[in-house]
Design a protein around this ligand. Structure first.
Ligand code: SIN
Length: 316
């Protein structure tokens, strides 16, 4: 007889816990209406896969997640991972900002135990709600020994994505895309495409940290005014991520403001507006005092800069 692992389930709200007045209403619902017990009750088959210890941490529409919620979530996930009886953690989350929470958790949680995030595009009350299957698959992933040492994962619509590349790219059931590292076949078999790769060390945040430093994202479109930079810094931003066209190309008329901002000690990162875009180091960085986001999405580059500023040193 095989023993089932014990997993923690932490719910935070989202459409996966959303409820509408009618089964055919897939838009006019309230996200985060249902608690952990209701999510579990919808999938009795979970009991065949794992013993689940469930708790409701938040009941949020994930558009309302803040960095303070990330800190609280990381704190709670870490506490569950520290329990020797717990083999892994599944987090249910709204899809709108799931990738940000996943990236943050990935960078601050150490250890090899699986942490898997999932959500849904249809509320729990909908005909053919996708949440129950996504939850079932996420539990399958977290329960699978092959998921160890892969960092935080996103399991969604049959695909497994590392937190670093998961991005909500579509408003359909298969909402997330990125560099998939595996898939869940026939709902039950977890298959990875390659062995886990070594991870960067987790960022050690000060134990007493109550909030993350403010870092703003500024989307630069044709003709966007550079005084947005002054407004952000004036409002207290300690760092700025510019979301720029192509390979992080800064309009000429932004240069003076960027040089002034960087010279004042506010870190300025160049990220790309392109989905899957990469921003490489260029001589312009030396001239302007900026730095490139590399392969990071703008949202991930923002988190990376927040962590660097919070930890007081660049993260390797
Ligand atoms: C949310 O992000 O909380 C609402 C939307 C969703 O979960 O798909």
């Amino acid at each position: 007889m095989t023993t089932r692992p014990t997993l923690a389930l932490i719910t935070t709200g989202g459409t996966i816990a959303g409820a509408a007045a009618s089964k055919t209403d897939t838009t006019g619902y309230v996200a985060g209406s249902l608690g952990a017990a209701a999510l579990l009750a919808a999938v009795p088959e979970l009991g065949d896969v794992a013993e689940l210890q469930a708790e409701e941490l938040f009941a949020l529409d994930s558009k309302d997640m803040t960095p303070a919620h990330w800190l609280a979530l990381a704190h709670r996930v870490r506490a569950r991972l520290d329990d020797p009886a717990i083999a892994g953690v599944v987090v249910t989350h709204g899809t709108d900002t799931l990738e940000e929470s996943a990236y943050f958790l990935d960078r601050v949680l150490a250890g090899d135990k699986p942490v898997v995030l999932t959500g849904a595009m249809r509320p729990a009350t909908a005909l053919s709600a996708d949440g129950p299957m996504n939850l079932y698959e996420a539990v399958r992933v977290a329960a699978d020994p092959a998921s160890a040492g892969r960092g935080v994962l996103v399991a969604f619509a049959g695909t497994i994505l590392p937190a670093a590349s998961a991005r909500k790219q579509r408003g359909e059931l298969a909402a997330f895309a990125g560099d998939a590292c595996g898939r869940i076949e026939a709902a039950t078999t977890v298959r990875y495409f390659a062995p886990p790769v070594p991870r960067r060390p987790a960022v050690a945040l000060p134990a007493t940290l109550a909030e993350l430093p403010r870092v703003d994202l500024l989307y630069v479109a044709a003709g966007s005014a550079p005084d947005l930079l002054d407004a952000a810094v004036g409002a207290g931003a300690c760092g700025i991520v510019l979301v720029l066209p192509g390979n992080g190309s800064l309009p000429d008329y932004w240069e003076e403001a960027v040089v002034r901002t960087a010279a004042a000690g506010v870190a300025v990162v160049r990220a790309s507006r392109c989905v899957g875009g990469t921003v490489s180091a260029r001589s312009v960085d030396e001239r302007l005092g900026t730095r490139p986001a590399g392969r990071l999405t703008p949202a991930a580059a923002r988190i990376e800069l927040m962590l660097e500023l919070a930890a007081g040193a660049p993260q390797s």
